[in-house]
Design a protein around this ligand. Sequence first.
Ligand SMILES: [Zn+2]
Length: 125
Amino acid sequence: MTPPNVGELMVFPSAADVTRLCGTNAIGCAQMNLSAAGVIERASVFIYPYAPMDVITHEIGHAVLGLRHVQAVSGLPVPIMLFRSQNSDRLLTALEQEAVRQVYRRGLRGGADRGDFMAKNLIVR
Ligand SMILES: [Zn+2]
């Protein structure tokens, strides 16, 4: 298995790699190489060959956008970035997309920490 070059995302559809690298109960995971500034400089997504599209979107959300897991909010669509999400959509929800837009719109970039997010009023505590 050849790791990706800087600036590349590689997807490995391999059940054996998923079991070995992600854990026995996982159907996918993302592994990222970060630069010293916390910027994702390359990423690998290991995915079970027949994983549903929402799992692929979830792992790419980790690998490309640097998203973490989120909690579900009653009355709103199930987020793709929910841990073990069973959202049948293939896209981030409108709320997740807006969260990503707000982060970039307010000038935050890779390496931003919790204090940076609080200073931009993106999180309150
Ligand atoms: Zn995840």
